[in-house]
Write a protein that binds this ligand. Structure first.
Ligand code: DGY
Length: 323
């Protein structure tokens, strides 16, 4: 039987690329250079499957051309707001993602950011490496205690729950959250958390606010100037979800005017662009979208894509179909 022709838009872990080459007529991106819109449009017209990542944009315009050969988009990642899934579905193209396998590693990065910004770890390391440390003293680089504080979570899906578990059971924190749908209080209690009806209620009481909702759609700009103003001036914002959930310009203003204490960010509105103003601030920890970046998770994500497209080309329902 003729193998399906697939295009992998970026380099993937070697072990996964090996499986893809065995099962499919695979084209890889050996140079790992991001593909532009013209190249992605061309791919949708030439391959049976396109396997993109968060660094590829697939807006409605890409699905408008007359002849599309792609029948499935196997996204390498759980978030898929970079793909216009409605436009893909309208052309009969199936879209899948990779849920479940990056939960713990993404919560670990949120925890890393929270601890790092509260305890000024980035600043401390910069000072030491620059040769500026003059020795221990009682007033040196004083941060904020994390243990026993209140964590507010926006979005209580898999990653939000994993973050709650770490903070409540590991750091004795009081955890409150907002989620669009109602979570059974007994289920929330398993993570040491309780649900509030509104985002504002969560922001008003939290010492740390951690975002775990999907990007795009109704969540774009969710944390705007008004909501930043609703946070305590002593509070920190942690974002490992998607950059567009936060109004980045409003965040820069709130940080510059010290209306919140700091931020820990792994995601940005227009990656890989990070506003110069953020890069200049000491009370901000900035990571280059590392949430899922562990060897174990990146292989597991790839194998999920393999499972999804294998099921599809075998005529079965892909396990992680989102459109
Ligand atoms: C995800 O899986 O959504 C990560 O952010 C990488 O895309």
């Amino acid at each position: 039987m003729k193998k399906a022709r697939i295009l992998v838009t970026r380099r993937w872990p070697e072990a996964v690329e090996a499986v893809l080459s065995e099962r499919f007529e695979a084209t890889f991106n050996a140079g790992d250079r991001p593909m532009d819109q013209a190249a992605l449009a061309d791919a949708l017209g030439r391959y049976d499957a396109v396997l993109p990542t968060v660094s590829d944009r697939l807006p409605a315009a890409l699905f408008e051309r007359e002849r599309l050969s792609a029948r499935i988009i196997g996204n390498y990642g759980v978030g898929y707001n970079h793909i216009d899934v409605g436009a893909a579905a309208a052309r009969g193209i199936v879209v899948t993602n990779t849920p479940g396998v990056l939960t713990d590693c993404t919560a670990d990065i949120a925890m890393t950011l929270l601890l790092q910004v509260a305890r000024r770890a980035g600043e401390g390391e910069r000072e030491l490496r620059a040769g500026g440390w003059s020795g221990w003293r009682p007033t040196h680089m004083i941060g904020t205690r994390v243990s026993g504080k209140t964590l507010g979570i926006i979005g209580f899906g898999r990653i939000g729950k994993a973050m709650a578990k770490r903070c409540h059971f590991g750091f004795d924190m009081d955890v409150v959250f907002h989620n669009r749908s109602r979570i059974d209080p007994a289920e929330a209690a398993r993570y040491g958390a309780r649900q509030f009806d509104t985002v504002e209620e969560v922001l008003a009481v939290s010492d740390f606010v951690s975002l775990h909702c999907p990007g795009g759609g109704e969540n774009a700009g969710l944390i705007d100037a008004g909501r930043l103003a609703a946070m305590k001036p002593s509070a920190y914002l942690i974002n490992t979800a998607r950059g567009d959930v936060v109004d980045e310009a409003a965040l820069v203003r709130a940080l510059a005017e010290r209306r919140i204490a700091g931020a820990g960010l792994d995601v940005y509105a227009a990656e890989p662009h990070v506003p110069e103003a953020l890069r200049a601030m000491e009370n901000v920890v900035l990571l280059p979208h590392l949430g899922s970046a562990t060897a174990e998770t990146r292989i597991a994500m790839g194998m999920k894509v393999v499972d999804n497209i294998t099921a599809f080309f075998d005529g079965r329902e892909p396990p992680d179909r989102v459109a």
